[in-house]
Design a protein around this ligand. Structure first.
Ligand code: SF4
Ligand code: SF4
Length: 306
């Protein structure tokens, strides 16, 4: 019974309207930021919140939803498989670092600071975007724990779990584990740069076979964590990815470089899609604004999805 209630809730909404999803970030463990962003976007009418699989992050989101009277909002818990770009964290080799601070200037998350002539990374803020590239910096993958994610999805009655599966490792066993242990809908986040057209078709067909239906979501990820601006160029790959997956009968959300132009471009291209998830751009437009101004900016972005 629980399965039916949850599936109706998310898929019914998809049938009624195109939704806006705030991507809080798989690698973002800054609870203070998660709370503030969630408060702003909840007040702005955001339909769904995508948060990483950690108790403290989900608690920060739930607190914001309660305080804004938006406990009706959908919650998606994001899980990263080893190697997926969303699971990466920057690590500094102090022996090679000269403290020039170029990396800190490039970081969109203020995740790097210089102390005693060396760069240091605030892991809870780092989202693995790779913009700090330097010979003294490498990236390590922090895979989510599947049993822990399942426990949290059950505890918080998640509306959806999203697996980030752009990795060399086959995602089959992780998908089977989620299908076996959870009743809530599944979303697969697929990175355009990682999947060839053939590989994409093969994976989607495999999941349809495992599930026995096409009632799952494909998050068509254009260029992950690239959405710093509001250009058509930034969102082009997300729209292209949605175009590739639209004939498989699944639900589709666009993400990766998404912005206020995404839905219009997808509509102009005649695409079938169910909503847009926005991360980097959504965070950028409200940064350092007083609450009321931030809500106004967020509302404009939320209402760009139609
Ligand atoms: S990590 Fe690289 S870019 Fe950053 S301060 Fe050190 S040498 Fe400069
Ligand atoms: S630039 Fe990206 S990868 Fe580098 S520290 Fe900042 S958030 Fe992490």
């Amino acid at each position: 019974m629980l399965k039916q209630v949850q599936q109706d809730r998310i898929f019914d909404l998809f049938e009624k309207k195109k939704i806006f999803k705030l991507v809080l970030g798989l690698g973002n463990r800054s609870c203070e930021e998660i709370y503030e962003l969630s408060r702003i976007y909840a007040a702005a009418g955001c339909d769904m919140f995508d948060v990483n699989a950690s108790e403290s992050a989900i608690e920060a989101l739930k607190r914001a939803l309660k305080e804004t009277g938006r406990e009706d909002a959908l919650i998606c818990i994001s899980i990263g498989l080893e190697g997926d770009i969303h699971t990466k964290k920057a690590v500094v080799n102090e022996k090679k670092c000269c403290g020039c601070a170029k990396c800190a200037k490039k970081c969109p998350r203020d995740a790097i600071f210089i102390e005693n002539g060396k760069a240091h990374v605030l892991a809870e803020r780092c989202i693995g975007c790779g913009k700090c590239k330097c010979s003294a910096i490498s990236y390590v993958s922090e895979e989510s724990s599947l049993p822990e994610a399942v426990r949290l999805a059950k505890k918080y009655n998640a509306d959806c779990v999203e697996l980030h599966v752009s990795t060399k490792k086959s995602p089959k066993s992780a998908i089977e584990f989620i299908l076996k242990n959870l009743d809530c809908p599944l979303s697969l986040c697929l990175d355009r740069r990682f999947y060839s057209n053939e590989k994409l078709a093969k994976l989607i067909k495999k999941v349809k076979k495992l599930k026995g239906d096409s009632n799952f979501i494909i998050q068509a990820d254009g260029v992950p964590m690239s959405g710093g601006d509001d250009s058509l160029n930034s969102t082009l790959q997300a729209v292209a990815m949605a175009h590739l997956v639209q004939d498989f009968g699944t639900y589709i959300l666009l993400s990766g470089g998404t912005n206020s132009k995404t839905a219009k471009l997808a509509n102009d291209c005649g695409l079938r899609f169910n909503g847009v998830g926005v991360g980097s751009y959504a965070r950028k437009i409200v940064k350092n604004l007083p609450f009321d101004e931030a809500v106004r900016a967020a509302k404009e972005l939320v209402s760009s999805v139609f």
